[in-house]
Design a protein around this ligand. Structure first.
Ligand code: FRU
Length: 382
């Protein structure tokens, strides 16, 4: 793992420091305990069976259903992309009565609540349409597994694939392969390279980063030393959330004194924050690229035992009702920014594609800011 140090205002020096052993225990490759079984069952029972049997729903998304509505609220706005795009790849004529559509969903991992919520949102939206049969697969945070899942879906001849890719480069080719096989692909949340896909749906990470930067500047009165706990560097939201944030704090005296790739994972963020705390006596705030990172940083400060969790301000992104929004209510985070899962929009768009109706090639989801002042009224849209 590389730890990046930023050491000046505005134009900052960048040095790479190999953090080494302290981070070797990070568990980003650990698949959630109960997923192996369901992935196996999914691949086994469904080959070529559109229209037969029962839907293959990943059981790991159960239990989080209660919070789905809030997360997807306020996310419908579309942007960009000009004229509607009629897809030519693989969508068949309207199905004869009784025909079903099989949709394969490859989720990069189910170790984080936000991704469990995405699956729940997709599942709930799909259940409103009896003609849809969902096959959920969890890649256990491994790009190679996700590559294989794409091949399995191609072999199964599913009608459409939804993928939320772990990393952009390794999943670009598999998405292209599905397109070549005539299977439309909706890419959700993290992008791939190029534009060989049917539709992309996701939040505006650059804007969210910029709003986080502007809010940071506001709460610090334009001056302070901060830590940036970044998402996985090989996934697009991490870069966009960083770039946007830098724009948001431009022209201020806010210095990023320590930054690290925490791979979106709370345990990694906690470890990185431990080392930041041991090196810097003065830390004014933490910008976590997601709520688990901001929360990991808070826990590290708490465990340090000097009370710094009360003086450092923590900002995160995601705003799940049961996670970031709750942390704001509990006074742990100063702010969190909503990052909708796009699950309902994915199903809505899948149906348009499959029924050969017009759809947008790029759908950008809105965001909201939650702070202690607005959390009880559901945040403020930005
Ligand atoms: C979950 C997650 C979210 C984050 C998103 C970015 O894996 O890390 O917390 O907002 O992915 O792709």
């Amino acid at each position: 793992m590389k730890t990046r140090m930023f050491a000046s205002t505005g134009v900052f020096a960048l040095a790479f420091v190999v953090a080494g052993l302290a981070l070797s225990g990070c568990n980003n490759e650990t698949p959630p305990a109960d997923n192996a079984g369901s992935a196996g069952a999914n691949s086994a029972g469904t080959a070529g069976t559109a229209g037969a049997g029962t839907p293959n729903i990943d059981k790991t998304s159960a239990g989080n259903a209660s919070s789905g509505g809030t997360n997807s609220a306020g996310s419908a706005g579309t942007a960009g992309a000009g004229a509607p795009n009629i897809d030519k790849t693989g969508a068949s004529a309207p199905p004869p009565a009784g025909k079903t559509f099989t949709i394969g969903m490859s989720q990069c991992n189910l170790g984080e609540p936000w991704r469990v919520q995405m699956n729940t949102d997709i599942d709930e939206a799909a259940k409103k349409h009896p003609e849809i049969k969902m096959i959920f697969k969890d890649a256990g945070n491994k790009s190679e597994t996700q590559q294989s899942q794409m091949q399995e879906f191609i072999q199964q001849k599913v009608d459409l694939i939804i993928i939320s890719p772990k990393e952009s480069r390794p999943l670009t080719r598999p998405v292209g392969d599905a397109m070549d096989a005539g299977i439309p692909v909706i890419v959700l949340d993290r992008a791939i390279e190029g534009d060989k896909y049917t539709c992309f749906i996701g939040g505006d990470n650059k804007k969210i980063g910029m709003e986080a930067g502007k809010y940071m500047a506001k709460i610090l009165n334009g001056k302070g030393d901060i830590i940036e706990l970044q998402g996985l560097g090989t996934s697009t939201p991490a870069k966009d959330r960083h770039d946007g944030f830098m724009e948001g704090i431009k022209g201020t005296d806010i210095k990023i004194i320590f930054a690290a790739d925490c791979k979106w994972l709370e345990p990694d963020a906690q470890k990185e924050m431990n080392s930041a705390l041991s090196r810097f006596p003065k830390i004014d705030a933490v910008y976590g690229h997601n709520d688990p990172s901001a929360h990991g940083a808070y826990k590290a400060a708490e465990q340090e035992g000097k009370g710094r969790e009360k003086t450092i301000k923590f900002i995160g992104i995601d705003a799940l009702p049961t996670e970031g929004v709750k942390y704001v209510k509990d006074g742990i985070l100063t702010a969190t920014f909503q990052y909708p899962t796009g699950g309902p929009e994915a199903i809505e768009t899948a149906l348009k594609i499959l029924n050969k109706q017009p759809f947008e090639k790029k759908i950008v989801l809105g965001t909201k800011r939650f702070t202690k002042d607005n959390v009880d009224k559901g945040g403020d849209p930005l």
